[in-house]
Design a binder for this molecule. Structure first.
Ligand SMILES: Nc1ncnc2c1ncn2[C@@H]1O[C@H](COP(=O)(O)OP(=O)(O)OP(=O)(O)O)[C@@H](O)[C@H]1O
Ligand SMILES: [Mg+2]
Length: 319
């Protein structure tokens, strides 16, 4: 049975003349990963700070792990972990010392703090590095140690504010694996990110936020699906063939045909992808036009995101 572990309804938060949140809704089922995706200043950190009881809000209501964030802040705090936009670890301490210190901060006794540190070092793949100072760690290792520190009390809900910003691909992958592992063990994770590939990879659902308002809430696949049709793309073997390719693609397109001289390629959205591909390939053969490549591709989340954000900007411009 699934239960809603994180729920916010109609959250509003103003900073003087800025509406950081303007009636924002959010829901995460237990044991799932919810991605909060949006550009700079969208309201992601504000949402995380409210849900982790660090910031008061003006309107709406929010509950985490069954407790009201405003009325039962203490109960909420006992059940959550938070990794902020900045890491909280001490560079001069070793990985083990950092975790023991955090354990003590969370009021574990000495032996329990040591025991918990050992468990977390193992869980986050840091056992071998346990006795090295954190200042010599790679970005990915630091982030993992930071994640481990926010897991001292094995929280029911973990909030991560941009967990992989600034990491290289290997570091991001390490953090992704750690987050996936936590969710598989039943932790509900709410994470903010700017990276669509990250949301695509990690999240069960993605809430897209901009200007403090909900744009979309959907699964990664649903988000891509609603963003439009598959695209047919033909790469020309000879740039001189571009106009002819444009005509071939236009005959099967369901929208604007885009010619890219740098490709050199031509692409367009198509409704029935397989029929369109077959028809285009036949036309190429009939007209003896050589293609370097022909294929179908799904819109990427980046394209989906830009279209969503662009859509609101246009609406605002019209108002
Ligand atoms: N302490 C504050 N005082 C005044 N305005 C603030 C404060 N904190 C945030 N804001 C404003 O509220 C809005 C939302 O900020 P928030 O930090 O939640 O965005 P974000 O989505 O986390 O952005 P980023 O991707 O840059 O981290 C922004 O317009 C920001 O300038
Ligand atoms: Mg932020």
């Amino acid at each position: 049975m699934t239960t809603t572990t994180v729920e916010a309804v109609g959250l509003g938060k103003r900073y003087k003349d800025t509406a950081a949140l303007d009636g924002f809704d959010l829901a995460a089922e237990s044991g799932t990963v919810l991605g909060l995706l949006g550009p700079n200043g969208a309201g992601k950190t504000t949402t995380v700070r409210i849900l982790t009881t660090l910031l008061r809000f003006d309107t709406g209501r929010a509950a985490v792990a069954g407790f009201d964030v405003a009325k039962d802040a203490r109960q909420v705090r006992r059940r959550i972990g938070l990794t902020g936009q900045q890491t909280a670890i001490d560079d001069l301490l070793t990985a083990r010392q950092n975790l023991v210190l955090f354990g003590k901060l969370f009021r574990l006794n000495k032996s329990r703090a040591r025991e918990r540190a050992e468990e977390l070092l193992g869980q986050f793949g840091l056992t071998e590095a346990a006795d090295r100072q954190a200042k010599g760690f790679s970005g990915g290792m630091k982030r993992r140690l930071d994640l481990a520190a926010s897991m001292i009390l094995a929280p029911q809900v973990l909030f991560l504010d941009e967990p992989t910003t600034g990491l290289d691909p290997a570091g991001r992958r390490e953090v992704w694996d750690a987050v996936s592992g936590l969710a598989a063990d039943g932790t509900t994770v709410v994470l903010t990110t700017h990276y669509l590939d990250e949301a695509d990879r990690l999240c069960d659902r993605i809430a897209v936020i901009d200007h403090g308002r909900n744009l979309v809430d959907d699964t990664p696949a649903g988000l891509k699906r609603r963003m439009g049709a598959d695209r047919l793309e033909i790469v020309a073997a000879d740039p001189a063939d571009l106009p002819a390719l444009e005509r071939v693609v236009a005959a099967v397109a369901e929208g604007d045909v885009v010619a890219d001289e740098a490709g050199p390629s031509v692409s367009a959205p198509v409704k029935d992808p397989v029929a369109a591909l077959t028809a285009a390939a036949t036309a190429l053969q009939d007209q003896k036009i050589a293609a370097a490549d022909i294929g179908l591709r799904r819109p990427t989340l980046d394209e989906a995101f830009l279209e969503l954000i662009g859509g609101t900007d246009q609406k605002e411009a019209q108002q």
